[in-house]
Design a protein around this ligand. Structure first.
Ligand code: GLU
Ligand code: MG
Length: 452
């Protein structure tokens, strides 16, 4: 019996969900019974290819390149991603790769794209953490209204008091399923909270982020509450970010500890040249990356100056308006906590595509030994447009349509994405842009608040 099967038997699990994350960051899948588990672990579960071609607003299969009503793939589960669901005690779940009938990764599989990106790092290991924020509501939103769960101030102890039962259930559930929670705090906006997880190997961190969202939403729903990771669930709020923290490590040899090759404690930013080249790679591909990290129409209501969302195309030490922040390190582990934080990312981004694209872009900078220029040490809002231009601060795309244009212009990123992702993804996003514009802004807020 495998570990998964024995956990299923021991814990009285009846349904095991085989899940994947689609281009809109919706977690989808099919479930198998415990009797079918053993054979389905090997053969997977069939899925129409067109399931990867749905938009957020309509969920209808779209007429896009590479996809029509013909053709199947398999949901092939990764046993390392197995969790029991704290909000659904009879159920467990695994994250899946989308594979072709002959068992190869399907070219439109986001999780396989991340695996390829990690392989492209050669003997360097990518260590990552996702930092999602969410808005807690006292009931499921209806179009035109969102009832926020609390009106606490940012970091206000009242926010802990209001949500204590829920938050302690959540962090307990996460801990019991092996998710290493680090911190939790009431965020800037009413009803907004943030729970952070410890960094770890990139694929594991991406999987754990998916579980964090599933648990957060599931536990809220069980209490009659609603949790949304929408970039901006309502006008006038601060947005929900999902910052990505990244560093590259080299395996230690002969029993030595692994080494963070981003860390150079004597340097003014605490960074190595390699880290600077990596940042320069991100900056070189920034507008195109935004299509993958700010992946919804709604993202661009968050990605604005003054929202600490990283709306300026630059980098700087502890600079919360810069797309790339170089965070100050922790005193008890300066080297280990050296990293970069990509702030211009939210939870409408598929985590595997977003992280994989950042890795590829950064590695391109390393290969070409690109120079990121001087870091920005001031708040960019205090600088005039001409001063921002003089300092090389890029203007980021202001809409999903603009970001998709930039992605299609970026030859390097479209080539590493491959023909499937790079044709299917922009085509779907353009349909979304069109449909959301026709539906209007209330429908946009509502759709994102209930789906994400
Ligand atoms: N809520 C901000 C965002 O949308 C982030 C605030 C913070 O720095 O944690 O990214
Ligand atoms: Mg935050």
């Amino acid at each position: 019996m495998t570990d998964v099967e024995s956990s299923v038997a021991r814990n009285g699990v009846e349904l095991i969900r085989f899940l994947w994350v689609d281009y809109n960051s919706i977690t989808r899948g099919k479930a198998v019974s415990r009797q079918a588990l053993s054979s389905r672990m090997r053969s997977g579960v069939g899925l129409a290819r067109s399931r990867q071609a749905a938009t957020l607003l309509t969920d209808r299969m779209q007429h896009v390149p590479e996809i029509d009503a013909v053709g199947e793939v398999r949901l092939s589960p990764d046993p390392h991603s197995y969790v029991r669901l704290p909000h659904a005690p009879g159920s467990a779940a695994m994250l899946c790769d989308l594979v072709t009938l002959d068992g190869k990764p399907w070219e439109a599989c986001p999780r396989s794209f991340l695996k390829d990106a990690l392989a492209a790092a050669g003997d360097l290991r990518v260590i990552a953490a996702f930092e999602p924020e969410f808005t807690l509501c006292s009931q499921r939103p209806v179009q035109g209204s969102l009832h926020l769960f609390d009106d606490a101030l940012s970091c206000d102890n009242d926010g802990f008091e209001a949500a204590d039962d829920y938050l302690t259930d959540l962090v307990r559930g996460m801990r019991e399923q092996g998710l290493a929670v680090e911190t939790c705090h009431p965020e800037y906006s009413p009803g907004q909270h943030e729970v952070t997880l410890r960094h770890g190997p990139a694929l594991r961190s991406a999987d754990n982020y998916v579980w964090q969202r599933v648990f957060t939403r599931g536990l809220a729903r069980r209490r009659g509450l609603w949790a949304t990771f929408a970039p901006l669930p309502r006008a006038g709020l601060m947005g929900n970010g999902n910052h990505l923290h990244l560093s590259l490590w080299r395996e230690g040899h002969d029993g030595e500890e692994p080494v963070n090759v981003f860390a150079s404690p004597g340097d003014d930013l605490g960074l190595t040249d390699l880290a600077r080249h990596f940042i320069a790679g991100l900056l070189a591909h920034l507008p195109a990356l935004i299509a993958l990290t700010c992946a919804s129409v709604n993202s661009y209501q968050r990605l604005l100056p003054g929202k600490w969302a990283g709306a300026y195309g630059t980098y700087g030490p502890d600079n919360r308006e810069a797309a790339i922040r170089v965070p100050s390190t922790l005193a008890d582990d300066v080297t280990g906590s050296t990293r970069i934080e990509f702030k211009a990312c939210d939870s409408s981004a598929n985590p595997y595509l977003a992280l994989g694209a950042l890795v590829h872009a950064g590695l391109d900078g390393v290969r070409r030994r690109l120079d990121p220029g001087e870091p920005l040490t001031e708040d960019p809002r205090s600088l005039s447009d001409s001063e921002l231009r003089r300092r090389g601060v890029q203007r980021l795309p202001r809409s999903l349509g603009e970001a998709v244009d930039a992605l299609e212009r970026d030859e390097y990123l479209t080539s590493v994405l491959g023909p499937y992702h790079s044709s299917l993804y922009p085509a779907l996003k353009r349909i979304e842009v069109h449909d959301m514009a026709a539906a209007g802004v209330d429908a946009e807020f509502f759709t994102h608040a209930i789906r994400l």
